[in-house]
Design a binder for this molecule. Structure first.
Ligand code: ATP
Ligand code: MG
Length: 599
């Protein structure tokens, strides 16, 4: 059906919405694709739904092609299954929880592992039933701390989520690879540049995991890559651990007065005055900085964690968050923030600016000690035998030559520092460079975590009950619409790739004569009959200028102008992306446009 602008439910806007920061958000609202309903929650208008439908259709085709079958779960779910896996609590503030009239707990699903697991448990009982790949395209709800950039990070959003069920690990690997290949095809067909990067599994648990990042400066994910082909989310980068150093001959540590040195900068300056080293002045890299963080546990408890790292580096909170769950034994996601004055007051032995490991004396209650009440984790570069300048747990004092392992212990290592450009790739493939991207998809080998928790077992070849192994695979569908808009626009508006555009052709009539409208209507009908999707700007009282700017804003790939040229038997065909204009004979234009649309 031809979409006529005289009746289409659409109002384009000249002004950017005040809450919009990124181009995709501004343009999708201005061009009439979406409207904000509440923070991070959007209404889809007719044009938007057409793009969304095309994105979904591509995803469906590729999922069906790997033998996945579509189902559809409710978004409103009971608490119990999520209680069983621990996620009712572990999901923290991100989960929308609610109650029915009887006071029973429900949630709006942030993702559906539990329900898929239970469904398969309900219906399947034998290895012969497997493998099974199931998926849905459905609303998800997450009370994001920072809903942002329109559809890019919503609180309600659409995800394609699929789940694989296999009897053994080889099967899981096959399912994972099938999804990986399908994802590469999906993003290629969408016209979205994608880089698969290694990731940490976060709250999902499980082992192997990759994210599909779309490189763009507006992305919230920092990733790194090397010339040799390594690519990873910074959370997942691992440090090449230096070899331990023999400390048999290392001199004993010394506590020195270093007045007014609460920062690394002041400390380095002071160290070079009170303990000058000839030819090798102290630098920030010689210092061990101890940063105290507060972990907001899923239980509501606030636990302090101290992180020790070389003083020339900063803590990357996201990396700590991604890697800390095993140390805190929460099993789930933990939010971290810098410890407050109040937090520190509860531990009077921590002297801000002078915090260091316990010095191995009899009264080792001062400072950070491995296995003490405050978990003390260090950067992997702090290996046995490395010698540090660090806080002496007394105001205005630091300790020099404190040797790891000999003089202090820790509760383990953690990937915690900001990854810098130039750091070596963990696989030896060269120095890393950093870039930003949007996470478009994420695939996980979950393994047996959910099947175990929910008791999904089937009979194996020997008639024994065996726990099923699972994978879970997500694509951000509404986020894909935003990413496409973000990467396909210019100063005048959206520039959709043909595969996802709301229509193929946008017809504009300029002028008042009835013949112009008749000619346009005829072209529109012929295109429509040939299966070419048409937007027809048939508004009689709207100026040519407004029609042109609306056409540019809406961003359909081919714009056809039916105006003055018609008297000479030609119409103008304009390519939205390149701006190229060509006059084409009016009796050839339909064939030409069909060829363009079907190319
Ligand atoms: P992010 O790190 O961006 O918060 P996530 O890792 O929490 O995402 P997953 O649980 O892996 O997300 O969900 C699968 C996919 O769903 C993501 O790759 C992303 O494309 C999409 N997605 C996740 N959260 C949102 C959101 N708030 N708004 C829109 N899409 C989202
Ligand atoms: Mg993810």
């Amino acid at each position: 059906m031809v979409l006529k602008l005289s009746t289409l439910f659409l109002r384009t806007l000249r002004e950017d919405p005040v809450d919009a920061e990124v181009a995709s958000h501004k343009l999708l609202v201005r061009a009439g694709y979406i409207r904000r309903a509440a923070p991070g929650i959007y209404t889809w208008l007719p044009l938007g739904l057409r793009v969304l439908g095309k994105v979904e259709a591509i995803i469906r085709e590729e999922m069906n092609a790997i033998g996945a079958q579509e189902v559809h779960f409710p978004a409103l779910l009971p608490r119990e299954p999520y209680e069983t896996t621990g996620r009712w609590t572990e999901y923290g503030e991100g989960l929308f929880r609610l109650q029915d009239r009887k006071g029973a707990d429900y949630l709006l699903a942030p993702t559906h592992e539990e329900m898929f697991t239970l469904l398969v448990k309900d219906l399947y009982s034998s290895y012969k039933d497997l493998p099974a790949y199931l998926y849905q395209i459905q609303n998800k709800y997450r009370d994001e701390a920072r809903p942002r950039a329109g559809l890019l990070r919503g609180r309600e959003f659409i995800m394609k989520d699929s789940y694989s069920f296999n009897i053994d690990d080889e099967g899981l690997e096959e399912a994972y690879q099938a999804h990986r290949a399908a994802y590469l095809k999906i993003f290629a067909r969408l016209g979205l540049e994608i880089l698969p990067v290694f990731a940490t599994a976060g709250a999902m648990g499980g082992s192997k995991s990759e994210e599909f990042l779309h490189p763009t400066p507006v992305g919230e994910d920092t990733f790194v890559r090397s010339a040799g082909g390594y690519a990873a989310n910074v959370e997942a980068v691992t440090t090449i651990v230096p070899e331990a150093i023999d400390y048999t001959d290392a001199p004993a540590f010394e506590v020195k007065d270093t007045p007014d040195t609460p920062t690394i900068e002041t400390l380095v300056e002071c160290a070079n005055e009170v303990a000058p080293r000839t030819g090798n002045p102290w630098t920030a890299a010689d210092t061990l900085k101890n940063v105290v963080l507060a972990a907001k546990m899923p239980t509501g408890e606030r636990r302090l964690v101290a992180i020790g790292l070389p003083g020339d580096r900063n803590v990357d909170l996201k990396r700590v968050e991604a890697n800390i769950s095993s140390h805190l034994e929460t099993g789930g996601e933990v939010e971290l923030e810098a410890a407050t004055e109040d937090d520190l007051k509860k531990h009077p032995t921590l002297i801000k600016g002078y915090i260091g490991p316990a010095l191995g004396t009899d009264d080792a209650v001062l400072g950070l000690e491995g296995s003490s009440k405050i978990l003390y984790l260090v950067d992997p570069r702090v290996v046995a035998g490395t010698s540090w300048v660090t806080g002496a747990n007394a105001p205005g004092q630091h300790v020099f030559g404190l040797v790891a392992e000999r003089d202090f212990t820790t509760d383990g290592t953690i990937e915690c520092v900001e990854v810098h450009a130039g750091d070596p790739a963990p696989d030896g493939s060269g120095p890393l460079e950093t870039a930003r991207g949007i996470e478009m998809g994420h695939i996980f080998q979950l393994g047996r975590k959910y099947a175990e928790a929910l008791d999904l077992k089937v009979l194996d070849q020997n008639g024994k009950l065996k726990i099923v192994t699972m994978g879970s695979y997500g694509v951000g569908v509404t986020r894909a619409v935003a990413a496409l808009a973000e990467s396909n626009h210019d100063e005048n508006g959206l520039v959709w790739p043909r595969n996802v555009a709301p229509a193929d052709v946008h017809l504009v009539v300029t002028g008042k004569q009835v013949e112009l409208f008749e000619a346009a209507q005829k072209i529109a009908d012929e295109l429509d009959a040939a299966g070419v999707e048409v937007i027809y700007d048939d508004r009689p009282k709207v100026s040519a200028g407004v029609k042109f700017s609306d056409a540019e804003l809406i961003g359909v790939p081919t714009i056809v102008v039916i105006g003055r040229g018609l008297a000479d038997g030609v119409v103008e065909v304009k390519d939205r992306a390149t701006g190229t204009r060509t006059d084409i004979a009016v009796d050839e234009v339909v064939a030409e446009l069909i060829a363009l649309a079907k190319a």
